[in-house]
Design a protein around this ligand. Structure first.
Ligand SMILES: *Cc1c(COP(=O)(O)O)cnc(C)c1O
Length: 370
């Protein structure tokens, strides 16, 4: 008889459900025999603008070096980030996407018998990395779909090592303001690592979302996680980063793979940082798209959770799975969030004006059939 290698896996791993990504365009095209060019994917919070031209040029220039290992220390990218934020390069940890950062943090600071605290409806990767390590994930009931920071403080105990905060949160789009963050950081025990995930922060300039960087100096237990996947438009290349104290960065750099960010990603990220116009354009397109979708939802009599991200969670007040399926038939891919405990919601990423229009038209069609 052969060995049961599921039973041999760590108990936490046996109970894991794999992360469910948005449906790829080509997959739907194959299933429905549709032209991929006619499919609208608003399922993975990707930047709808396509990559910056500076990024494409940087990648082309880098291609001839493909036989070589990338710079394992990411010197140039770290230098650019350090300059941009006015910090030391030694405070930076680069990741294969910011998902990598979240995993490194769990690997370095969690173990069986320890726990991490996060919010109900928070980003799925927090419970995933926590459970994979054999630690306990504590999901604290949400307040109005968002983080209940006081209750999260209350959930911390002797065995807590990490608190994960997403601001804004995915998939709900909810956020907390500067006062709430300051109060939380004052109250949280100093030995607890606070991971502030700001994957969407670039969309939120100049409004009431706190900039985590401003709190770093006063709180050595704070780690800020950011990514090039969203507003910078590099989701496919997998590059993100953490900014923390030098000590925490040193710890994370011990556990990461030596070449966790590839050379095309390093070059692309630097080019993306230099293209301020692209970032501004991304933000404007997002603001307009958000307004367009909200207006459309209003006309359709739908309600939604106000969002500071590049996506919006819409409440259909009925099981949303059939609506998701019907939208697929129309060539529109959105994201079911029943796995998050939100079975009446669908999460819709903000697309181009044209994509948003197609999405709203498909929704109108699907909903009118009842
Ligand atoms: C998209 C997202 C990330 C970024 O993931 P990458 O690995 O950087 O692509 C991180 N956190 C949240 C909350 C997200 O929604």
């Amino acid at each position: 008889m052969s060995c049961d290698f599921l039973a041999q896996a760590l108990p936490g791993v046996q109970k894991l459900s794999p992360y469910v990504p948005g449906k790829p365009v080509d997959e739907l095209a194959r299933e429905l025999d549709l032209d991929p060019a006619r499919i609208v994917k608003l399922a993975s919070n990707e930047n709808p603008l396509g990559p910056s031209l500076k990024v494409i040029e940087a990648i082309q220039a880098e291609l001839k070096e493909l036989t070589r290992y990338p710079d394992g220390n990411g010197f140039e990218l770290k230098r650019a980030l350090a300059e941009h934020y006015g910090i030391q390069a030694s405070q930076i940890t680069l990741g294969n996407g910011s998902n990598d950062i979240l995993e490194l943090v769990a690997r370095a600071y969690l173990a069986p018998g320890l726990n991490a605290v996060f919010s109900q409806y928070a980003f799925a990767v927090y419970p995933l990395v926590t459970q994979a390590i054999g630690a306990e994930g504590r999901a604290v009931p949400a307040k109005s779909w968002g983080h209940d920071l006081d209750a999260m403080l209350g959930a911390i105990d002797q065995s807590t090592r990490i608190v994960f905060l997403a601001n804004p949160n995915n998939p709900t789009g909810t956020w907390f303001g500067p006062e709430a963050l300051a109060k939380f950081l004052q109250a949280v025990p100093e030995h607890i690592l606070v991971v502030l995930d700001e994957a969407y922060i670039e969309y939120a300039e100049g409004n009431d979302l706190p900039d985590g960087m401003a709190y770093l100096a006063a709180h050595p237990n704070l780690l800020i996680s950011r990514t090039f996947s969203k507003a910078y438009g590099l989701a496919s290349l997998r590059v993100g980063y953490a900014i923390s104290s030098v000590t925490i960065a040193d710890v994370l750099n011990r556990v990461r793979q030596p070449f966790n960010v590839n050379s095309l990603a390093l070059a692309a990220a630097r080019a993306a940082m230099s293209d301020t116009d692209y970032l501004i354009q991304s933000r404007h397109a997002n603001d307009h798209g958000m307004a367009q979708l909200e207006e459309g939802f209003r006309k359709l009599g739908l309600s939604w959770i106000p969002s500071k991200g590049n996506f919006i969670a819409v409440d259909f007040a009925q099981e949303a799975a059939p609506i998701y399926q019907a939208l697929l038939q129309q060539g529109v891919i959105v994201r079911p969030v029943a796995g998050y405990g939100l079975p009446t919601f669908l999460r819709i990423s903000i697309g181009t004006a044209e994509e948003n229009t197609l999405c709203l038209e498909a929704l109108a069609k699907v909903l009118s059939r009842g």
